[in-house]
Design a protein around this ligand. Structure first.
Ligand SMILES: *[C@@H]1O[C@H](CO)[C@@H](O)[C@H](O)[C@H]1NC(C)=O
Length: 403
């Protein structure tokens, strides 16, 4: 083995070790001091002048943004969960002004959507003790980093399983009825915009990491079918509980996440096998969603096709002024996330806006906003269908030029 091959092999080993170490310690961690990092951040955002002229009318139509899923949309629930998968410490949140538990340097898609709808600029996490039902009446996040559609996925890093997110949603509805009255609560639940983003961990933290045994039980195609069936069950459950307007994200190009590239270091580049799985799963997910749209009364559901737009940006980084689309900004960018991405690491990049990825698993705010703007443009007929103006017509999004 040449020394550079050895170095690559070591990096790949470190990358798989990073996830496994996190998994091994799952549940055994003392919750760190719970800085209520949120509140200052929310106040700062609220004070900032915002161009949301057309948003007030839309807010009346969409009273709340309600979020389910994983780290792509978790706004801080894991802060109070005994897991190794946390991000409520610097440099997370560096460009937001506070480490809130978002796996990002800035904000996440639900935050931008909420703000565009004339609602608060940060969607509060349901488990954050700094917030109460009056806040949650205008937006609430039940998502948990590291979770998945498969119950077994949440077990890997001891996070909140999706069925438990739904239990929290039921509890939320009881609190909402007490707070706002029965009729108003029903209206909020019915007219809210539901944002769901989940599935990456089922493959990368579960099936392909070989820790749950699912790989012995299912072929990858069967596992895709199993996950899509779980997604259908979840959607039927929230529909039964009153949800009507749902945006459900497909998988991104999961083989291009820096951690997966590192694991693939000997071959180099994105893991094409994983990208192929994401594409196959997306086709099945999209078909299931189209079926539900026809069979569940009143359901207005959009499949959000993020895969192509993510890959487009990665293949054409200069269109967004990106200089690195292969490593995360944090630390070496090859395998660090959660506690391994911390303030003590001197290698963290000075300007996250030059990077597609913030840590080895999650994008920076800049491509998030760009891709979101593009997706909402694609979904403009769905926006019309649910009676809200296309987001891209609103000043907040139109100020970012489209791809
Ligand atoms: C997942 O766990 C919940 C709660 O224990 C259970 O109700 C559900 O049936 C499980 N799903 C599957 C597919 O096993």
């Amino acid at each position: 083995m040449s020394s550079s091959t050895a170095a690559l092999a070591a990096a790949a080993a470190a990358a798989s070790a990073a996830l496994l170490v996190l998994a091994a310690f799952a549940g055994g961690v003392e919750a760190r001091e719970r800085e209520s990092a949120w509140l200052p951040a929310a106040k700062k955002m609220a004070a900032a002048p915002k161009k949301v002229a057309a948003a007030a009318a839309a807010a009346a139509k969409v009273p709340a943004v309600i979020v389910f899923g994983d780290s792509t949309v978790d706004t801080g629930n894991n802060n109070v969960v005994a897991t190794m998968l946390k991000s409520n410490f610097p440099p997370y949140g560096r460009d937001l002004g506070a480490a809130t538990g978002r796996f990002c340097n800035g904000r996440l898609p639900p935050d931008f959507m909420s703000e565009a709808l004339g609602l608060p600029p940060l969607v509060p996490a349901y488990l954050d003790p700094a917030y109460g039902i009056a806040d949650f009446a205008r937006g609430v996040c039940f998502a948990s980093a590291g979770t998945g559609l498969d119950n077994a996925t949440a077990g890997v890093l001891a996070v909140i399983p999706l069925w438990k997110e739904v239990e929290y949603f039921k509890e939320y509805q009881r609190r909402l009825r007490r707070h706002a009255g029965r009729a108003a609560a029903r209206r909020i639940v019915r007219d809210a915009l539901y944002v769901v983003s989940i599935g990456t961990n089922d493959f990368l933290e579960n099936y392909f990491l070989l820790v749950t045994g699912r790989f012995k039980q299912f072929t990858v195609g069967e596992f895709e079918d199993f996950l899509v069936a779980q997604a259908a069950g979840f959607l039927a459950a929230i529909h039964r509980l009153g949800a009507r307007r749902v945006a459900f994200a497909g998988l991104s190009a999961i083989g291009c996440l820096p951690l997966e590239r590192t694991l693939n270091a000997l071959r180099g580049g994105c893991v094409e096998e994983y990208n192929q799985v994401a594409r196959d799963y997306n086709v099945k997910l999209n078909a299931m969603i189209a079926g539900l749209q026809r069979s569940l009364p009143g359901l207005k559901i959009a499949y959000v096709p993020v895969y192509d737009d993510m890959l487009n940006l990665i293949n054409n980084p200069s269109t967004l002024g990106l200089e690195n689309v292969e490593q995360g900004c944090c630390a070496t960018g090859m395998f660090e996330m959660s506690y391994l991405c911390n303030e003590k690491n001197p290698l963290t990049c000075p300007d996250a806006d030059k990077y597609f990825f913030w840590d080895s698993f999650h994008p920076t705010e800049k491509p998030i906003l760009k891709i979101l703007a593009k997706e909402l443009q694609i979904l403009s007929s769905w926006c019309a269908m649910i009676g809200i103006p296309s987001f891209t017509q609103w000043s907040y999004f139109s100020s970012t030029d489209t791809m």
